[in-house]
Design a binder for this molecule. Structure first.
Ligand code: ADP
Length: 268
């Protein structure tokens, strides 16, 4: 029953280390233009349950746009996105509003700038999606939200407003808000790039814990050391196309492609 759901556990329970062979996200031929600018050129991605995919690449290469296409915040011109076994959207043939809503319901985004509602308290921010959008019972969601806030050390901040929190605390609320949606897939868009350097470690540590627990994730990040520690696969994108993909040690330490080599040399 819904009441038995363990909020700290990914949907379907903990995946074994390294994930299962079962695909949770399958993206094929993702294409997107803004006017004359071709921002994504037939991008393919696949993430199995319990796995972490790190999307890396230069600024402006299309990483954020790709991530936003995965949950319908951005509408690709072409390509199919499948999440789990029951949602498959073919954008080339015109995705319906219902299909895009289903896609959005399966994933939750953690934003670079947290995107908390400034006039709502921490608890209200966490409740908004599950109660207002997903229409789940407020009492049940509140109990889960408080459990999640306690887990990230913010139980006593439940009635605080975002401006009263540090950037690191705001981002932990952003992560709790995503978890409260019970998503199949967690999407992180440069989750630490707006943080003061001394706050980055806490947030990366929390994301690493979630990865170790078997949450399925796609992370856009410039933290290559972190990508190496947490990701099962690294995908390097340049000018809207996948240049190289593979095991983090290979892509980050011994890249096959010259463009990858130049990029990782600058950042590692
Ligand atoms: P990255 O995340 O790799 O830095 P983005 O996906 O944010 O790259 O952006 C890729 C390209 O698409 C950039 O040139 C950016 O200016 C452009 N772009 C992104 N969003 C829009 C938009 N809404 N309208 C026009 N151009 C956009």
């Amino acid at each position: 029953s819904p009441g038995d759901h363990d909020v700290l556990e990914p949907p379907g329970g903990h995946a074994p280390p390294g994930g299962t062979g079962e695909p949770v996200l399958v993206v094929e031929g993702l294409g997107k233009r803004f006017g004359d600018h071709e921002v994504l050129r037939s991008v393919d991605l696949r993430v199995n349950r319990g796995q972490v995919l790190a999307l890396i690449g230069p600024s402006g290469s299309g990483k954020t746009t790709a991530l936003r296409c995965l949950n319908g915040l951005e509408r690709p011109d072409t390509g199919t996105v499948r999440v789990g076994s029951d949602v498959a959207v073919d954008f080339a043939t015109g995705a319906s509003r219902t299909q895009v809503a289903a896609l959005r319901d399966r994933s939750a985004m953690v934003f670079q700038h947290y995107n908390l509602f400034p006039h709502k308290t921490v608890l209200e921010n966490v409740l908004e999606g599950p109660v207002v959008v997903q229409r789940r019972p407020r009492a049940e969601v509140t109990a889960e939200a408080l459990e999640l806030l306690a887990r990230v050390g913010l139980a006593e901040k439940r009635d605080a407003y975002p401006f009263e929190l540090s950037g690191g605390q705001q981002q932990r609320v952003g992560i709790v808000r995503a978890l409260a949606l019970r998503p199949t897939l967690l999407l992180f868009d440069e989750p630490t790039s707006a943080l003061d350097p001394e706050l980055v470690g806490d947030v990366l540590g929390l994301i690493k814990e979630l990865a170790d627990e078997g949450w399925t994730m796609v992370i856009v990040t410039h933290e290559l050391q972190f990508a190496r520690e947490v990701a099962h696969e690294v995908v390097f994108i340049d000018e809207g196309a996948v240049v190289e993909r593979g095991h983090p040690d290979q892509v980050l330490r011994a890249p096959h492609e010259e463009r990858t080599r130049q990029f990782v040399q600058r950042l590692l």
